[in-house]
Write a protein that binds this ligand. Structure first.
Ligand code: UTP
Ligand code: MG
Length: 171
C-alpha cells in the first residue's frame, strides 16, 4: 500500500538512505513538476568542482547544500534535501534548519537491503562501489535505531518492495 504524505508547504523533506537506495529516483519521480524543489548534495558537489563524486570537497559541498536549503526555507519554499543523511550529525543540521524556520521536519528513510543497493549500483553509470555501500548499510541500521529519539514531526520508512507514495502539498 502506498505511503500517503499530505504535507504543508512549509515542509523540509529530508531523504535518508544508502547510496543506490533510490533517493534521487524518488525525488525525480515525485517532484518532476518543480525540480528545483529538490536540493541535491551531489549536484552541489558538481557545482563547485565539476565532479559529483569528489569526496575531497565535502565541507564546501555541504556549505552550499545547507546554504541553498536555508535560502529556500527563508523564502517559504517546500524543499526536499537529497543527501544520504545517514550520520546523526547530518540529520541534526537539517532538523535544526527546519526548526529555525518553523518548518515541518519530515524524514523519509529508504530501508533498502545491501543486495539491492549493490545491484542498482552495479547497473548505473556513476558507481560508488561495494565498500561504501556496505558502510552505508551499517549506518542505516544505526540510523533506524537513532531516529525515533530525534524528534522528527514525521518519519516515513519506505521498504524496497513498496516505494510507492502519494504526495500532496498544501497550496
Ligand atoms: P538513485 O540514484 O536514485 O539512488 O538510484 P540514490 O539513493 O540517489 O543514490 P546516491 O546516494 O545518490 O548514490 C540508484 C539506481 O537504482 C535505480 C536507479 O535507476 C539508479 O540507476 N533504481 C532506483 C531502481 O532500479 N529502482 C528503484 O526503485 C530506484
Ligand atoms: Mg542520489
Amino acid at each position: 500500500m502506498p505511503v500517503s504524505m499530505k504535507l504543508p508547504r512549509r515542509t523540509l523533506l529530508v531523504l535518508c538512505g544508502p547510496a543506490g537506495s533510490g533517493k534521487s529516483t524518488f525525488a525525480a519521480r515525485y517532484f518532476s513538476a518543480i525540480p528545483t524543489m529538490v536540493v541535491s548534495s551531489d549536484y552541489c558537489r558538481a557545482m563547485i568542482c565539476d565532479d559529483p563524486t569528489n569526496q575531497q570537497v565535502n565541507r564546501d559541498t555541504f556549505d552550499v547544500f545547507h546554504y541553498i536549503i536555508r535560502k529556500r526555507l527563508f523564502n517559504g519554499r517546500f524543499t526536499v534535501a537529497d543527501s544520504t543523511a545517514l550520520h546523526a550529525e547530518a540529520r541534526r543540521k537539517l532538523w535544526e534548519l527546519a526548526f529555525h524556520f518553523g518548518y515541518l521536519k519530515c524524514l523519509v528513510v529508504f530501508n533498502v537491503s545491501l543486495a539491492t543497493c549493490l545491484e542498482r549500483d552495479r547497473l548505473r553509470e556513476r558507481q560508488v562501489g561495494s565498500q561504501v555501500i556496505e558502510y552505508h548499510i551499517r549506518l542505516l541500521q544505526k540510523a533506524l535505531q537513532e531516529i525515533p529519539a530525534e524528534q522528527w514531526d514525521r518519519v516515513y520508512v519506505l521498504n524496497e518492495d513498496d516505494m510507492e507514495a502519494t504526495i500532496e502539498i498544501d497550496p
